[in-house]
Design a binder for this molecule. Sequence first.
Ligand code: FES
Ligand SMILES: [Fe+2]
Length: 429
Amino acid sequence: MLTAEENELLTRVGPGTPMGNLLRRYWWPVLAADELGRTPTKAIRVLGEDLVAYRDLSGNLGLIERHCPHRRADLSLGILEPDGIRCSYHGWCFDASGRCTDQPYEQTANPNSRFRDNVRATAYQLRERAGILWAYMGPDPAPALWNWEPYGWENCFRQIVTAEVPCNWLQAQENSIDPVHFEWLHDNWTAVRSGRPERAAKHLKLGFDEFEFGFTYRRIREGGTEDDELWTVGRVCLWPNCLFTTDHFEWRTPIDDENMLSITLATERVPVDREPFTQETIPSWRGPIFDDDGQWILTHVMNQDFAAWVGQGRIADRTRENIGPSDRGIVMIRRQLLADVERVARGEDPKGIVRGEETPIPLPLVNAATFTRPRSRSEYEEWHALLERMGFPSDYPFQAGQPAWVRSLYQEAMAAPAGSPRAEAGVLA
Ligand code: FES
Ligand SMILES: [Fe+2]
């Protein structure tokens, strides 16, 4: 349980708030890179600020305040230039640093005018990594942009999936250190909703640990032992905004105090008979959270999570909780955030900041072999059969709404090669 003041402090993310100051020390995933390929300017809202992400005619990325400093027109409707973006209302132009580089009428009327030197748009750094665009909205110098080792795994099919979720980001991040919810929200609830009588293996023992880049939770469920990787390694609550489960990263980016963007990078190794496999572009798609009747979509793992987080309220009232032994990890991360608010106020770096080289950083891995050594076709088939037994769609179990064009890319990547006995038998996936 928190006091109302602590809850307020932990959940308000706008400019100038203590948590807003802390969170602005980190790089935030804000958009899939291929979204800017499809639409070269994109209006986004991050940490309560309205912004426009764009790629100019030279291919440079920019992130600028949404409303033009002249008279507030929408720069997401702007005209791309070789070095920046031009407002479509009166033609003022801004480069990626926010400098005003052109004021067509003002400079025609008075060629010696230096008026533009007094005009500046708020602009932030935007970088691409792992098919995702990352924004840094804090003071200089920016830290290194994390380069997690799994980004470099070869022979993998990747996809990026986003969803806007109408709740505060911290509810989602607390889910990154919440082992028991899996047994209920995903296993038992799915069984109940599918009319299956069996119930999932119970959690018997939990462990929570801190490491340099976050926290881990460890579990033993009925039938498990202390030799299992879910006990010896655990799942990763990656600091400050992510759940990492080896096969996917789930970032939670605050849109503002009451909305967040879920952004997932899902990775699956292709069967060995498809190697070598490379992907030119990582495809991305936006998933719905409600169906056409306005009801929750609950068929996929993360959709179930979204419903749980939003069910806690736009901003969960943590003064009314009853925190128990399964919530030890949640207490750890709240304490860390509160301590880091103080650290930032003292001018120190908070947890998880890297400075210097952007060399690959290893992470704790469960089932690493699925990615780091060739995967047989039967392993691939067993994994998909398991997902189906659990009641999840096997092409993409995490989130509903995968468009047909992404599914085709996936099936093409995974399909048994033409002429193989499996392809002849019609075994695609
Ligand atoms: S409002 Fe943008 S140039 Fe006038
Ligand atoms: Fe979950």
